[in-house]
Design a binder for this molecule. Structure first.
Ligand SMILES: [Zn+2]
Length: 122
């Protein structure tokens, strides 16, 4: 049975270059530096984390999606996109490419939900 369920939600923030050379999102609603994990209030472009010095690259406003398990910290890597449909399509490609007869009811329901969004019905 599927204990992971799909979600897509609006998100805004800033792309930040981490020490590992990855670009990760600083989320306005979390205010956590994606590089050092400390609180970091950013309000404008060009700032850097006062703790670790990680720099803001770009502003981002769009959607984030993924699979989450309620009650668990377990989460898939987030998928970002400028539109809800874009995120839904990417999630379908990443997580729902197995044959339908190998999916359970919850997974099929999630897949249909995502397909509707990807088709622009929401
Ligand atoms: Zn930091």
């Amino acid at each position: 049975m599927a204990f992971m369920s799909a979600y897509i939600e609006p998100v805004s923030g800033f792309w930040v270059m981490t020490d590992d050379g990855f670009t990760e999102l600083y989320r306005d609603d979390e205010e956590i530096c994606p590089n050092c994990g400390e609180n970091w209030s950013v309000s404008m472009d060009g700032e850097q984390c006062s703790n670790c010095g990680a720099e803001v690259e770009d502003e981002f406003e769009g959607f984030v999606g993924g699979l989450s398990a309620s009650g668990y910290m377990d989460q898939s890597d987030p998928v970002y996109g400028e539109t809800k449909a874009e995120v839904a399509q990417e999630m379908l490609d990443m997580y729902f490419d197995q044959p339908e007869d190998e999916m359970d009811e919850d997974e099929l329901a999630d897949m249909e939900w995502l397909e509707g969004i990807a088709a622009g019905n929401e």
